[in-house]
Design a protein around this ligand. Structure first.
Ligand SMILES: NC(=O)c1ccc[n+]([C@@H]2O[C@H](COP(=O)([O-])OP(=O)(O)OC[C@H]3O[C@@H](n4cnc5c(N)ncnc54)[C@H](OP(=O)(O)O)[C@@H]3O)[C@@H](O)[C@H]2O)c1
Length: 126
């Protein structure tokens, strides 16, 4: 776990961004990490507006979902042969985009308490 004292940058200020921001603070987690947590349909524009340079060499945790409700049912505006994470990676080619946390509710993004037990921890073999 990186604890270099470098700040964490969060693009977004909504439910998920606040949950993650609080979690980072509570766990004293700092490092060269950026988080993208905005409405999926705005994610590419937000990154374009920021410009590619601030992302250079950084880990970008992309928690946004490419959801499209315009038909009245949930769909994916990226279709089935692309992904929002890959689109973001193409915009910031010198960053390391990690898609994560986007398929869990904000309430269980940090220290989840689940009726079926907590998340399983996978330990890497040395
Ligand atoms: N909440 C969850 O449980 C959850 C779980 C997994 C994944 N996610 C994903 O995480 C992302 C954020 O979800 P959320 O629940 O935190 O949403 P939210 O509370 O509605 O917040 C949305 C964020 O996106 C920004 N935003 C919306 N439209 C924008 C635009 N056109 N240009 C720039 N910024 C814009 C908002 O900024 P303003 O407030 O300034 O409009 C706000 O910071 C979404 O992609 C969502 O699918 C959410």
């Amino acid at each position: 776990m990186a604890q270099s004292g470098a700040p964490i940058g969060i693009l977004g200020s909504g439910t998920a961004a606040q949950k993650l921001g609080r979690g980072f603070l509570e766990h004293g987690w700092f490092g060269e990490v950026l988080v993208l947590s905005v409405r999926g349909s705005a994610a590419e524009d937000v990154v374009r507006l920021a410009g590619a340079e601030p992302f250079d060499g950084k880990v970008l945790l992309d928690a946004s979902d490419p959801l499209d409700f315009s038909s009245g049912r949930p769909g994916l505006f990226v279709g089935t042969n692309d992904s929002l994470g890959e689109r973001i990676q193409r915009l910031v080619s010198r960053a390391h985009v990690v898609k994560g946390l986007n398929i869990v509710a904000a309430d269980v993004m940090v220290d989840p308490t689940l009726t079926g037990g907590g998340p399983r921890h996978v330990h890497r073999r040395r």
